[in-house]
Structure formats: structure tokens, C-alpha cells
Design a protein around this ligand. Structure first.
Ligand SMILES: NC(=O)c1ccc[n+]([C@@H]2O[C@H](COP(=O)([O-])OP(=O)(O)OC[C@H]3O[C@@H](n4cnc5c(N)ncnc54)[C@H](O)[C@@H]3O)[C@@H](O)[C@H]2O)c1
Length: 404
């Protein structure tokens, strides 16, 4: 049995008890002596996810028996020791954030914690609202640059732990270092992934379970664009775009969904999110860009369908549809960017320089500017905070696309 796959259920229990995000760091601990204050969980070969979830609840009841807490407080384990056939196999170190959980592991500090779960108030709590992603575990595919980088930086600045999952591992590592230095904590971790490859995505989700115990927010952002006329475009290019933008979202939701489902078995009240970064091209056609727009339209169909199925596990699935992110490398790269390409190919009539091409695209937006990172991160915060919505496509286009 893969003991890492049990981490989301242990994390789920702690989230359910605390009413807020928790980190559970996995440690392989074959034959180690039982930790004195750890919650002990015994598993057997034939156990299923369902029976393990039930056993986790029973183990918690047995562990807390006889302990006393203050009024309205609950006891939370900071270490769970997993045994099979009476022998220790793994330890899971738990705390509110990654650095604290790692410190417990390093210092073998298994002393139990208490929490005072927040009660659901009738009025919106402004302080809680400002902390909507604090200590949540997020994963952003294609997070090393462009829109993904903006999402990573903003989530980390708002207190989340963010996995930067990208084909470009070096870029993801560089960004993680910058973010961690800026935040003065471990706010970001780099992972390599190819979102169009099932094994790679499964490994990525396993890493999220191992390093943090699970996820609260999965942002499927990695995407590519290869424009081309339907009369001319090669099938290989069409498939390349579709594999990453459309099929990639299916693969991400499959494996992140499994992880979130396992976590929800022991955290039945905790809402989690899968968000696809779609595009305004998912809401209206895009001339000579059918592979891209078609995949994005399809993404909205997938989000709505996955939302219907996964609501049972308290997983919300939504899409965000940004307008043109004119400051990102896709548009502004001085060699390969769309501004340069459109200038060279004469796509914008009368444009003499890059400023003319940019002005042309800005003039199409009622709000007269391109989409910025902060605009679409606000939409992500809205989706996470809004517990009563799923299966939607939220436009962030400065009014360029208005829903009917
Ligand atoms: N740039 C825009 O104007 C714009 C507008 C609307 C929507 N979007 C969407 O936003 C998302 C990000 O776009 P961007 O402009 O930031 O792109 P970008 O090209 O700047 O960055 C994309 C990132 O994804 C990574 N990536 C590419 N293929 C991958 C794969 N197979 N597996 C994992 N990672 C991979 C790249 O390494 C890169 O870091 C895309 O889904 C895109 O369709 C972009």
C-alpha cells in the first residue's frame, strides 16, 4: 500500500476538527519507535479508502479519550503514526503551516494542539474574508511564468502555500526562491509536470500529498496557443494545443479530484476548488485560432460536467475567462510575442510599431486596458470564498465579452 495516499484523509480529519486548513507532512518511518503523544492508526492489507477513513475517525476517538480541553476547544493531533502488523510504517506531522509542521518533524515534537473552531456567523466577517486563502494549499499548473506566475505571487502574498507545477522546472524553482524570499517563509514549492501526461500528473498529485497532506485549490492554468487557419493548420499542431488545453484539464481534474475526494472523506464540510484558467476565447470564437478557442469552449463544458459529479465530495469546479493579458510574455516577449508577430504579419491594419498593435487591442476593451494578474486573482478569491456556486465560467475581460 502507498502510505502517502493516506495523508489527505489524515489532513482531512485535522481540517474538520480545526475548521481551517492544516498541513500534514509525510515521513517514511519504517520500524521507528512509536511517538508517545501521536495518534496511532493501524491499517491492514485489504483496507479500502472508505474503511481507512472510518478507522481514522475511530483512532481519533480512542486517542482523545480521557484528555480534557477548555470550553469550545478541540484536541488535534500533531503527529499520526501509521502501523501495519503492529510495526510503524509512517509518521504524519501536522500543523497550521508548512514551516511549523516541518519544525515538528525535525524536533520530533508530537505534543497535541487545541483549536477553537470558528462558528458559522450570519454576517460576513471582514477579517476572515481578507484571509480567504490563508494557509490553504494551492497548486498552479504552468505557474512558472505569465498568468500562472501572477496567480502564484498573489496567492503566496495572501498567505497560501503554493505548488508551482510546470514543465519548466528551472523556471518554477527560480520563482519559488523569489517568492519564499519575499514572503520570508516557505510559501512556494516547485514541481515538474506535463499536464498532458497521466503518469506525470499522478506523480504531481502524489507530491502534493507527501509534502503538504493534500490540496485545497487546484488551478489548471498551463495552456498553449498555436494559431492557424482551419484550411492550413497541421493536425499535429491542432492536437498539441488540444492535448494541453483541453485534455490536460481532464487529466488534472481526474487526479486532483481523487486526492480531494479522499480528503473529503474525513473533512465532509470543507469546500475545495478546482479552477480552470480558461479565456475569453472560451466564450466567443477566435478567427484562425480554432484549436485554441475550441479547446477553451470545451473546457467550460468539462468544468460544468465535472462540477455536477464532484459536488458530492464538496469539490467546486469553475472556470475563469480572462481577456488579453497584454503585459505577459505571450504578448510582450520582444522576440516571439504576439505584438511582434502581429506587427510583422500586418494583422493590425496601419500599425507601424508595437505601441500601435497594443493600442488596437486595448481599444477593443470597454475599460481600455488588458487584463492584469490582480484582476483574475480577484476572480479566484471570489470563487474560493463563494461556497454557493459551482460549474460557472467567470469572465474577467473589462467588459469585452458580456454574457447573454
Ligand atoms: N496571455 C493571455 O492573453 C491569456 C488570455 C486568456 C487566457 N489565457 C490562458 O492563461 C493560461 C496561461 O497563459 P499565459 O499567457 O500565462 O502562458 P505562458 O506561455 O506565458 O505560460 C504558460 C506556462 O505553462 C507552462 N506549460 C506549457 N505547457 C505545459 C505542459 N504541458 N505542462 C505543464 N506546464 C506547461 C509553460 O512552461 C509556461 O510556464 C493559459 O491557459 C492561457 O490559455 C492567456
Amino acid at each position: 500500500m502507498n502510505y502517502v495516499s493516506i495523508a489527505p484523509m489524515i489532513r482531512g480529519l485535522c481540517i474538520d476538527l480545526a475548521g481551517k486548513p492544516q498541513i500534514a507532512v509525510y515521513e517514511s518511518a519504517k520500524g521507528e519507535k512509536a511517538s508517545p503523544h501521536a495518534m496511532s492508526l493501524e491499517i491492514a492489507g485489504g483496507d479500502t479508502e472508505e474503511t481507512i477513513a472510518g478507522n481514522i475517525q475511530k483512532a481519533y476517538t480512542a486517542w482523545k479519550a480521557g484528555s480534557s480541553t477548555g470550553k469550545g476547544e478541540v484536541l488535534i493531533p500533531s503527529c499520526v503514526s501509521l502501523t501495519a502488523g503492529g510495526k510503524t510504517e509512517a509518521l504524519y506531522w501536522i500543523d497550521d503551516d508548512l514551516d511549523s509542521a516541518r519544525k515538528r518533524l525535525a524536533g520530533r515534537d508530537d505534543s497535541p494542539r487545541t483549536a477553537r473552531p470558528i462558528e458559522d456567523g450570519k454576517l460576513i466577517d471582514a477579517a476572515a474574508r481578507a484571509c480567504v486563502v490563508k494557509n490553504r494549499v494551492a497548486l498552479v499548473t504552468g505557474g512558472a511564468q505569465g498568468i500562472g506566475e501572477e496567480i502564484v505571487r498573489n496567492l503566496a502574498a495572501a498567505g497560501a502555500l503554493v505548488f508551482i507545477a510546470d514543465l519548466n522546472l528551472e523556471g518554477a524553482r527560480r520563482l519559488a526562491e523569489t517568492v519564499n524570499a519575499a514572503e520570508r517563509r516557505t510559501a512556494a514549492l516547485a514541481l515538474q509536470v506535463n499536464v498532458s501526461d497521466e503518469d506525470s500528473v499522478e506523480t504531481m498529485c502524489g507530491a502534493a500529498a507527501e509534502y503538504a497532506g493534500g490540496l485545497d485549490l487546484c488551478v489548471s492554468n498551463a495552456g498553449v496557443l498555436k494559431a492557424g487557419s482551419v484550411l492550413e493548420q497541421g493536425l499535429a499542431d491542432f492536437k498539441f494545443v488540444t492535448d494541453i488545453n483541453y485534455t490536460g484539464f481532464f487529466i488534472i481534474t481526474k487526479f486532483a479530484g481523487r486526492l480531494l475526494k479522499a480528503q473529503s472523506r474525513t473533512a465532509p464540510r470543507w469546500k475545495t476548488d478546482i479552477i480552470q484558467i480558461n479565456s475569453k476565447s472560451g466564450l466567443e470564437g477566435s478567427n484562425k485560432n480554432g484549436a485554441y478557442a475550441g479547446g477553451k469552449f470545451g473546457g467550460i463544458g468539462l468544468a460544468a460536467s465535472f462540477a455536477m459529479e464532484l459536488v458530492e465530495y464538496n469539490i467546486k469546479v469553475n472556470a475563469v475567462c480572462p481577456g488579453n493579458f497584454l503585459d505577459g510574455p505571450l504578448w510582450s516577449d520582444p522576440e516571439k510575442g504576439l505584438f511582434v508577430q502581429y506587427l510583422k504579419t500586418g494583422k493590425v491594419p496601419g500599425a507601424k510599431n508595437i505601441a500601435d498593435v497594443r493600442a488596437f487591442y486595448e481599444s477593443k476593451v470597454p475599460m481600455k486596458r488588458g487584463c492584469a494578474g490582480k484582476d483574475l486573482v480577484r476572480a479566484i478569491f471570489y470563487i474560493v470564498e463563494q461556497e454557493y456556486e459551482t460549474g460557472q465560467a467567470v469572465p474577467v475581460t473589462g467588459g469585452q465579452v458580456m454574457l447573454h
